[in-house]
Design a protein around this ligand. Sequence first.
Ligand SMILES: *Cc1c(COP(=O)(O)O)cnc(C)c1O
Length: 472
Amino acid sequence: MGRNTDTKKLRPPSVDRLLKSKEMVLACDAYGRHLVADAIREEVALLRSSITSGVVTPPMMEPRNIFLAVNKRLSNWLRPSLQRVFNLTGTVLHTNLGRASIPVEALEAVAMVATGASNLEYDLGKGCRGDRDDHIEPLICKLTGADAATVVNNNAAAVLLLLNTLADKKEVLVSRGQLVEIGGSFRIPDIMKRAGCRLREVGTTNRTHKEDYAEVIEKKTALLMSVHTSNYVVTGFTAEVAQSDLAVIAHEHGLPYVVDLGSGMLIDMTQFGLPHEPTPQDAIADGADLVTFSSDKLLGGPQAGIIAGRADLIRKIKKNPLKRALRLDKMTIAALEAVLRLYLNPDCLVERLPSLRALSKPKTNIINEATEIAPAVSEALKKTATVGVIEMKSQVGSGSQPTSLLPSGGLAIVPAGGKKGRGSRLKALAAAFRNLPIPVIGRVTEDKFLLDFRCLDNRVEFETQLNQLRYS
Ligand SMILES: *Cc1c(COP(=O)(O)O)cnc(C)c1O
């Protein structure tokens, strides 16, 4: 290396000559001539600039090494960016890992509409144009008791569309204790602004009373809104006005009352030993005119946002041009319809809905599985770390049920060696698991790397790839 005249005289082989070589002809067969030529061009350009800056060595110019570099470039280009991972973080509905896994029924429905034509917006009875919401609306109405419903891209879109339709240039009353931020990018006050309405905060952070609402209602008020504080709890000296009371206050003033439920589970979670989650049907029964909720949180479906409630308000919402911009695609509609159909038979839900199955998995089953898998993990790590089976706590995730932890189990992996440098060894250990063919995502604590087995969905695949673990 270095700036000497010898390396300056080096010249990479021409793109054409490389392209005609036996190795690159083989690459063309595998990847196509266009892509291979691109890769060679980029590699040659890199070599030229390395020559100019004097950081080149003669071996870099050897065709054999150029071929290696070109092939590496090609395989990097062709590796899918979005891939499957093992979610062993202990957070079941992990937003960064794609939230709910959809059931096979939903997958089959997606494949059916994605690979051919369908009656997406076509009324088969009348032989004329239909509405894409028609596949979902009757199911939501049946499951929630709402008169009408519509669906959009996610719950953030549902809230935006609702506010923009019903409160543009007007005021929306929300309790100060409910001005939530979800994952940093969804903040009720910001959504309000974008929807064109003004937020009027009511009460204080910890206590809001009935009179607080009645006092601030005026001509500019468009609606009253509750936001389910799904990702935090305010404890201590607190008070919030009940849904049913808010509905009464709103209706006394001729205003709609809307509830953003966030997760909005359609069935009673306590029957699975899980903490109670407010349901859309409860909110509607309490007098809410509209509710909004996600379909990829506790509901366990694809990403979408549902708005359900009064027919006249839903009609207005559907007419908003923003609805067109926020509408669902056919694959999501197919998946959502299939998932909602599963709810018609709640008795079979745990068996068929992967997210509910994971959430309700008993601790003893998880511990047993961890105990059986531990020796293989230990063997893969040889003497570089100790592996122990421990009890741990999973969480629901996606802002649902922030305070309720689910008893779970898994592996605690401690890198060999003392305290000094443990932090970086833990990072390297986590990286080694992430580098497996199907990346394994765990959780690093102060002194351990944790794998929570609640969401382990394919044990055989997990175990067979362990021999490729590279950590030293
Ligand atoms: C999660 C959540 C949202 C946003 O829902 P997405 O489907 O992620 O867009 C909005 N409001 C509340 C209360 C939530 O919990």
